[in-house]
Design a protein around this ligand. Structure first.
Ligand SMILES: *[C@@H]1O[C@H](CO)[C@@H](O)[C@H](O)[C@H]1NC(C)=O
Ligand SMILES: *[C@@H]1O[C@H](CO)[C@@H](O)[C@H](O)[C@H]1NC(C)=O
Ligand SMILES: [Zn+2]
Length: 270
């Protein structure tokens, strides 16, 4: 009798266990159902930096075989905050905004929405994104916080600095960007957006001299990510973004490793 009770108890226990056991994140991510997509340009001597910033410099410091035959290598690097694939902290354009090191992880690991407007841009450096270009999104009620990346189709020019920045004879820039109207929409109507991304050098159009999109996003506490590498296909929704800047405590910005984790079977809902 006693043995029977023990057996019943154990059986009951494992049933309860089966009910409460949910798969770990590892079980989910590594079951073969996900793609890991790198949205980051490499950092090297040709990485595009904002012209007032120090370019990426990489100095080989040690590269040698010791007397005992073992190998040792180590390098130095230096760079401005704003170049290559990078993040702008709210403090970049707002005195009261937080700096890179203070951005909480729950804003940096979030659902990703890719708004592919490249067919509307059609390689025109004068294109400025207006609300009417986003008609299909405007009335969507996205429930959860998310990060939105606008694909202008500009990553294919990244290897050609003059073309990418649209450098004019007088030294000014010309590449597509967001309008002030879209920045207002992002920050006022859809407060669930935690950050903005673009596959160009700036969220403001290249010709901008007063950077309203930067100012509006910063004032609303959003971060920007610029020079996102979008020359690969990324589902419009369903992916999770890992937006992980180098944790420069006082940074106004920082180099960023940006990754999308995307289910191979795109879900029917955001
Ligand atoms: C960075 O490199 C570019 C391309 O070579 C050059 O035009 C620019 O002047 C450099 N920037 C600085 C601050 O040295
Ligand atoms: C620089 O040249 C471009 C193209 O010609 C022009 O649109 C822009 O107004 C000029 N900017 C300045 C500051 O001269
Ligand atoms: Zn920046």
């Amino acid at each position: 009798m006693f043995n029977l009770i023990v057996v019943l108890f154990c059986a009951f226990n494992s049933i309860v266990f089966a009910f409460v056991h949910s798969p770990s994140l590892n079980d989910v991510l590594f079951n073969g159902g996900y793609d890991f997509i790198d949205l980051t340009h490499s950092f090297d001597k040709s990485t595009i930096y904002w012209p007032t910033m120090k370019n990426f410099t990489f100095t080989e410091k040690f590269k040698e075989i010791s007397e005992d035959g073992s190998w040792y290598a180590a390098n130095n690097f230096a760079a401005g905050e704003h170049g290559g694939t990078h993040l702008d902290a709210p403090y970049h354009f707002n005195l009261n905004g937080i700096r890179v090191g203070a951005i909480p992880l729950d804003k940096l690991i979030v659902p990703l929405i890719v708004a592919d407007i490249s067919s509307k841009v059609n390689d025109d450096p004068n294109f400025v994104l207006q609300k009417h270009h986003l008609d299909n999104m405007l009335n969507n009620n996205f429930g959860k916080p998310f990060y939105i990346v606008f694909k202008f189709g500009w990553s294919k020019f990244f290897d050609d600095r003059d073309r990418y920045l649209g450098i004019q004879a007088n030294g000014t820039f010309n590449f597509p960007g967001l309008s002030e109207e879209v920045a207002e929409w992002i920050t006022s109507s859809y407060k669930n957006i935690v950050g903005i991304g673009v596959d160009t050098a700036s969220v403001d159009p290249g010709s901008s001299i007063d950077f309203p999109v930067h100012k509006i996003a910063s004032a609303a506490g959003l971060f920007n990510t610029e020079n996102v590498k979008l020359d690969v296909t990324v589902p419009d929704y369903g992916c999770t973004a890992l937006i992980l800047p180098m944790k420069i405590a006082s940074g106004t910005g920082a180099p960023l490793r940006l990754v999308a984790i995307c289910p191979k079977q795109v879900p029917t809902r955001f």
